[in-house]
Design a protein around this ligand. Structure first.
Ligand code: 5GP
Length: 192
């Protein structure tokens, strides 16, 4: 997605530790015009799927998922990050290793909002090592739901997540894939 590549080059910042900061337009301040283009692009890619729900994870996935959902006319469910202490039988839960915070947390979804009839499109902002996605797939499968596709805004192709998730046989499409980036000179190379 050319528009997104240009925006990342203009406003993205490469940080140490393989972190790409895009908080001025994607996951802190949000450019809704750009989100609409992202939503349209996901509709173009996944419009053939017969989905009835979008699943994401708080917090950064929610805005993107909601705008995308308008193009599919389906509800959005987001996994909540929870304290283990609050986990009860009314929820599906999974453990996720956070890439940005480097610690594990539980993610939960109420059993009321995921079920065996659901055909799900998962949406998230970033794909790095794939832990967040593996957790979302686990939550969907715990409910007996099927994951029809996964849409990612920015995949860091030099990290292991893409390979791991694609090897699970799930259809995963990323709007941009970063092949390399350098915190020293700020350069970013996209996969063509
Ligand atoms: P994974 O579970 O694939 O290792 O990481 C995915 C999650 O970590 C995303 O939901 C995103 O919130 C966060 N994340 C991973 N890499 C980056 C990054 O380079 N920049 C930002 N802003 N978030 C990231």
């Amino acid at each position: 997605m050319k528009l997104l590549q240009e925006r990342i080059l203009r406003d993205g910042n490469v940080k140490n530790g393989n972190v790409l900061k895009v908080d001025s337009f994607l996951n802190h301040q949000m450019d809704i015009g750009l989100f609409n283009e992202i939503g349209k692009e996901f509709k173009k890619i996944f419009g053939d799927l017969n989905i009835n729900k979008i699943l994401t994870i708080e917090a950064s996935g929610i805005g993107i998922a909601c705008i995308t959902a308008q193009y599919f006319n389906v509800p959005v469910v987001f996994a909540k990050k929870a304290q283990s202490i609050n986990i009860d039988e009314a929820v599906y839960s999974t453990k996720i290793e956070s890439f940005t915070h480097r610690k594990a947390y539980d993610a939960i979804v109420s059993k009321k909002f995921l079920n065996a009839n659901d055909k799900i499109l998962i949406i998230d902002d970033f794909l790095a090592n794939g832990c967040a996605l593996a957790g979302l797939i686990d939550l969907a499968r715990s409910a007996g739901a099927s994951v029809e596709g996964i849409g990612i805004v920015i995949e860091k192709g030099f990290q292991s997540g893409g390979k791991m998730i694609r090897s699970m046989g799930v259809r995963l499409e990323s709007l941009v894939i970063v092949d390399s980036m350098n915190a020293e000179d700020g350069s970013i190379v996209f996969r063509s």
